[in-house]
Design a protein around this ligand. Structure first.
Ligand SMILES: [Zn+2]
Length: 269
């Protein structure tokens, strides 16, 4: 059984706010509060270490950033701005979890039909770290069995579709494949076919006028589409076999050139 455990975590949300470029006022006030509390800590959490390195060097700077860590964090977490943002994140987490539960049976059946993978044989619990809905995040941390997630619901069942996208990264991690090709098949399966089966309509690559997916996969997705449509009709070929067949068919294509193991690792770390 595939299950998701939804978590709302103060540290996770604070760090997400600090590295974001959002101009939402409470976020800006939280940033300023951290800066005034400890400017070195601010540089660490906002992931711009240059001022810290320029002022003190890495070794000294990092220890100055973390000197009074618990006390500094407490000063930020007790502000009204942070409390409000955290409550909003909790409320958002509840709506995501409700949507996920409501769609679970239908979406797992649809995705099994699309991928022809027997999901009932997969035992996996993944923790989903929910952030504030004004910040956008969708990323898998495979070694941690975790997904970082938050996004305004741009269209119906948005969270369900993209959580399945992230889950597919976890499920396919040990499958020998061409990584970009597999990623493209995940987009065809989840962002497109699953979305259409859940929401109706029939337009691939677009929803409500907005283009979907990673820009670097657009051409590959389009190239695969005719084969993909035929694959969907064939109950005897699963997504892994299809990936293998497409890898052979398009092996001369630039997008499918095998990545070195180290480049593949670097994409995810
Ligand atoms: Zn992805």
């Amino acid at each position: 059984m595939i299950t998701l455990k939804f978590v709302v975590d103060k540290d996770f949300i604070l760090q997400h706010i600090l590295k974001s470029y959002s101009d939402h006022l409470p976020f800006l006030r939280i940033k300023k509060k951290v800066f005034e509390t400890n400017s070195d800590l601010y540089q660490v959490l906002s992931q711009n270490l240059e001022p810290l390195v320029i002022e003190h060097g890495i070794a000294k700077g990092l220890s100055m950033a973390t000197k009074n860590l618990n006390k500094d964090l407490f000063l930020v977490y007790k502000t009204n701005d942070f409390k409000k943002i955290f409550r909003e994140a909790e409320r958002y987490a509840i709506t995501v979890e409700k949507q996920w539960n409501k769609n679970y049976t239908t979406s797992i059946r649809d995705l099994s039909n699309i991928t022809k993978i027997d999901f009932s044989k997969i035992d996996k619990q993944i923790t989903v770290y929910i952030s504030h809905p004004r910040l956008s995040r969708g990323r898998s941390y495979i070694e941690d069995n975790a997904i970082a997630w938050s996004h305004p619901d741009e269209w119906k069942n948005y969270a369900t579709v993209y959580l399945w996208h992230e889950i597919m990264h976890h499920i396919t991690k040990d499958i020998p494949c061409a990584p970009h090709l597999m990623h493209s098949l995940i987009e065809l399966s989840c962002d497109n076919e699953l979305r259409i089966r859940l929401n109706g309509g029939k337009a691939y690559f677009k929803e409500g006028g907005a283009l979907l997916g990673h820009k670097y996969l657009v051409n590959l997705n389009k190239k695969l589409l005719p084969d993909w449509k035929n694959y969907l009709k064939d109950p005897n070929e699963n997504i892994y076999q299809f990936e293998k067949r497409m890898r052979k068919k398009y092996k001369e294509e630039k997008l499918l050139r095998p990545m070195s193991k180290i480049a593949e690792w670097a994409e995810w770390h």
